[in-house]
Write a new protein. Structure first.
Length: 437
């Protein structure tokens, strides 16, 4: 990986792309520290210090924003509205025929879907920004903080609208920065910004574990966490690269005097076909009842049950629900993102077939059978990786957003591998160009 980056810096045009990407990253990190108007910065810092590792329901979103959410800055919402909008559009593509037709139109249809994603991102940013401001005004953003209700200095309607507009504009700017990286930089811009947001929280989280430790001044716990992190990275890299290759043979065709086809290729089915999406879905779904209970008044029975069983990461009911939801969403997402019948029809159209399997419906049934078989280990792997923060919570007294937790490690390793692959492919392309000249 380091060799690929060194070779890229020695190539002039790739060096420009890398420096441009680094420049955008610096702008993004600066924006995560710029507070919005009508926010008492001293009160926010005091509440963040008092909250410490216990960031409550907003910990996961705070991790995706690089720590900007709890600081209530211009980039407080971060990349989350865009991620949510992308997932919603991807799910609606299967349900709404118009979106499915746009997806099949190629580049023009994809551009239209991207435009819809931008509109939905802005709408979600307005909604989430309003919720964040209302939560900060009520003091529920930092439960137990003595100055939580004085975070928003001016609670007038115009001041609230100004705060929401600032955060929505920040989200639009983050979306634009991500698209700039995609067009003029290296890698997928949104993924890179998500990578940076999560990686930015690592040093403080690791140092907090060191300070909380009791063995050899906390260095034993610190070293153990680093060792566990390296093992997890190796495991995630191994599973993310694992795939089941379905061989495909294309029949020869004579067009005029020339022969076409007759080649052999394969369909790569990844063990973790769903990526990190099931973990995000499961986390978001488990946050909903806890969020409702937090804002509900009184002391009803259902509220007490939720507070006792679905808000503590080390509770058996929470662990079981989280694991089962991840497995369910892994199968659900694979079912809507990979269509065996469509793949079988495309193979049949171009004269392709799987050796030993008839073209058409038998091919679709075979692909569906193989996909279900490899999704089981993939979903169980996702569930086990996601439970690492819970084990850390019990063993080290860490927060649920453990630095080497499932969501963060999956995203960081996935984005890192994809970026390195793009750099290597561009280097290889330039080597071929030089050879042809």
């Amino acid at each position: 990986m380091l060799t690929a980056f060194a070779r890229a810096f020695r190539t002039p045009d790739l060096r420009k792309k890398l420096l441009f990407t680094l420049g955008i990253i610096v702008v993004y990190r600066v924006g995560t520290h710029v507070p919005i108007p009508n926010v008492n910065y001293q009160a926010v810092q005091q509440c963040v210090k008092e909250a410490g590792a216990n960031q409550g329901l907003f910990g996961l979103v705070n991790m995706f924003s690089g720590g900007a959410l709890l600081q209530i800055t211009v980039f407080a919402l971060g990349i989350m509205p865009y991620i949510t909008a992308s997932i919603i559009l991807q799910l609606l593509t299967v349900v709404i025929p118009r979106l499915e037709a746009l997806k099949k139109e190629g580049q023009a249809g994809t551009a239209k879907i991207t435009q819809y994603t931008r509109y939905l991102t802005v709408a979600l940013a307005i909604l989430q920004g309003t919720g964040l401001v209302a939560t900060a005004r009520s003091g529920a953003l930092f439960n137990g903080c003595s100055v939580a209700t004085s975070i928003v200095s001016d609670q007038a309607i115009f001041a609230t609208i100004t705060m929401v507009i600032c955060m929505t504009a920040g989200t639009a700017l983050v979306m634009w920065l991500g698209e700039l990286i995609t067009d003029r930089g290296i890698g997928n811009g949104m993924s890179i910004l998500m990578f940076i947001s999560i990686a930015a929280t690592f040093p403080s989280a690791l140092w907090a574990i060191k300070k909380q430790g009791s063995l050899a001044g906390g260095w034993i716990e610190f070293g153990t966490v680093i060792a566990v992190g390296l093992v997890m990275v190796a495991l995630v890299v191994f599973v993310e690269q694992a795939q089941r290759r379905i061989p495909v043979q294309y029949a020869k065709r004579m067009i005029g005097r020339r022969s076409y086809g007759g080649t052999s290729t394969y369909i790569p089915l990844k063990v973790n076909q769903a990526g990190v999406i099931p973990v995000i879905f499961a986390s978001s779904l488990l946050y909903i009842p806890a969020l409702i209970a937090q804002f509900a008044g009184g002391k009803s029975g259902w509220k007490t049950w939720i507070e006792q069983n679905l808000t503590k990461g080390d509770h058996p009911i929470y662990i079981t629900s989280y694991f089962l939801l991840i497995v369910f969403f892994a199968f659900f997402y694979v079912a809507i993102s990979f269509n065996p019948e469509e793949v079988a029809d495309n193979m049949k159209k171009y004269g392709g077939f799987i050796p030993g399997i008839r073209a058409g419906r038998p091919t679709a049934e075979y692909l569906s059978y193989v996909l279900n078989r490899i999704t089981w280990p993939g979903s169980l792997y996702l569930g086990l990786i996601a439970l690492v923060p819970t084990m850390a919570l019990v063993g080290f007294g860490a927060s649920q957003n453990f630095p080497f937790g499932g969501t963060s490690i999956l995203i960081i390793v996935g984005v890192g591998l994809e970026t390195v692959k793009q750099i290597e492919s561009q280097l290889q392309q330039r080597n071929y160009e030089g050879f042809l000249r």
